[in-house]
Structure formats: C-alpha cells, structure tokens
Design a protein around this ligand. Sequence first.
Ligand SMILES: [Zn+2]
Length: 374
Amino acid sequence: MFGLPSVRLGRPFGIPLEVDASWLLVFVLVSSSLTLSYFPSAYPDAAPAVYVVLGLVTSLAFFVSLVLHELAHSLVARAGGLKISKVTLFLFGGVSQMEEEPRSPGHEFLLAVAGPATSVLIGVTSLGARTLLIAAGAAPPLWLPFEYLGLINIALAAFNLLPGFPLDGGRVLRAILWAITKNLLKATRWASRLGQAIGGLLIAVAVFGVLRGTFDLVWFAVMGWFLSNMSSVAYQQQQLRVTLAEVPLRRIMSTPAVLAPSDVSLEEMAHSYFLGGRHTRYPVVTDGKVIGLIDLSRVNQVPRERWRSTTAGEVAALDLASIVASPDASVDSVLGRLEPDGPGAVLVVEDRRLAGIVTRADVIRFINESAQHA
Ligand SMILES: [Zn+2]
C-alpha cells in the first residue's frame, strides 16, 4: 500500500500476516497519545515510566485486537471455501486479501459480520475485566488499559458497521441487496454509492467542526475522503470482475511461438531462451504435450555448475492444475493465479496441446483496450 515496504509477522492459522510501514505511524500516534495525554489525565501524578509502559502495552493490545478482527473475516472466508492470500494492516486498519469474492449473499453476510462481532466481543470482555478489577480493589494502572481497549474496540466495530461498501457494514448491506435483487453488480453499486455518501457526510462534519473552531474532527475528513475513494474503486473493480467473468481466455491469450522442449538443458534455456528470447517464461513440452512452465527464477534456483546436466523438464513447475486452464474458462476465474507471488501465467490448453498463454500483461492490455472503446 502506498508503495511502502511491509513486514511479514507470521502465519497465524496458516494465513500470512503483514504489517505495512504506514501502520507504524498509527502505532506511534496511538502509543504517544496514550502515553502523553490519555493515561496522564485518567491517572494523574504517576511516574513518567508508568505512562510509557501503559502506553506501549495498551497499543500492543490494540494491535492484537485489529489482527483478531481481520483473522475473524479471513477464517470465515476460508471456511466458505475462499482463498485468502494474506492479511495486511495499514494506515486505516486492516484488510483481508481474498483471491475471490464470496459466492453467496449468506456467506458474504457471515464473512462481513465476523470482524465487528469479534471487536464487540473483545470490547465487552475488556469492559467486564475492568469492572471485575475495580470491584476487587485493583489500582487504576491495572484496569485503565481494559477500559481503553473496551471503548476503542466497540468504537471500531461501530465505525466498521457504517453501511458504506467496502466497510464491513457496507458488505452486510450489499449481501442483503444481493439476496433481494439477485444481482451482485447492482447491489455493489447501491452499497458503494452509500459509501461515497457517508464519506461525504464525514467530510462535511469535519468542515462544520473546523468552521466552529474545533479541530478534533479533522480525522473524520481523512476517513471520509478515504472511504469515498475506496467505495468508487470497489465499484469499478466489481464492474471489471463482471466484465472479465464474461470474457473467455481464448479472446485475450497470446500465442507463443516458442516452446521449450523438456530435454533442453538449463544452460541452453538461459542463453537461447531467456537472454536471446523475448519472453520471461516458457511452456515446457514433451512430444508437443504441455508438461509445465519454466521461468528464470526456477533456473536460478539451480547452481550454475549444474546447468549443463539439468533439463528444463526437471525444474519446470509441474503442478498443471494451477497453471493450466481451458480456452473457454473466464478471465475472472484465473485472476488469482496471475498475482505476482503465484505462477504468474496461465497456460491455455486444449486436448493437452498448448493453445496460448495468458499473463498479467494480456489482462491489462485487454482492460486498456476495452476502456478505450467504452
Ligand atoms: Zn472488518
């Protein structure tokens, strides 16, 4: 996001968790406002070290709550058969990156509700812990973090439940409209228009605040601007998906003239194909039948001194199920496989013979051409 680097923190439940560099800004803002203002006013006259520790511990717990919110979305998505590529935390919270869209309104509804429900659960549990600690006579530094976490998680759930797509509440609305109209695109259009309207309203509230001399609500303008942008982008993406679902691979594939026989050595692959040729990946064939796909990164995994004795067939990606598709499959159905961290290309195969190859570049060219004709 924003071209900044992101750090991978682990794979809870097998789902890669990444933190975008922009999120560090949030962490610094939250922990410094807790340390410098929230805790000193809620619990005056303590040593500065107490505020620093409280600020750090509470920000970390807030971070964990955000991760749990996103993981809840991802786990419900996965339980319904959707592939999750990763969860990323960035400036405005988290996103669960799904390779495909929910297949039914019911699943979309559950998937959308899972995040806010988790936040409410964390919020209510934290407030419960606070009440118990106060009843047991605990000192404020022990229960103040729970009070903050309780309120922030409930506020987080409330914001996310605003009915503007692609916020969680907007997804809930889209699921309901989808169930009623049976038309996903129409449902997305209405839910994202409401998202733009809510974004505009948030900006108006911020402007109103500034006109009355208070700057506390300026953050609303940032959120509103972000929400209305996200809404229009989300609608365009949905429109594109609908278009791409109707276009068969045979319409956009390029027909590669160059195939790599499986018994060619890596030495020759490197010189004649990758250095001398025009493509970055080649289908590998035996007797004219496709057996896999090879690119330079696979060649580079083999030490140079073994290039002469190793053949293309030995190092090619052989997992045909993930790289092969029929000419009649829709472009939309293979988009997930064209992501940069996947195989990067789909081989279009008819009767085990190669009919063409589809890469990201082909999809982008098609999108640009259809945008010009529109
Ligand atoms: Zn959410």
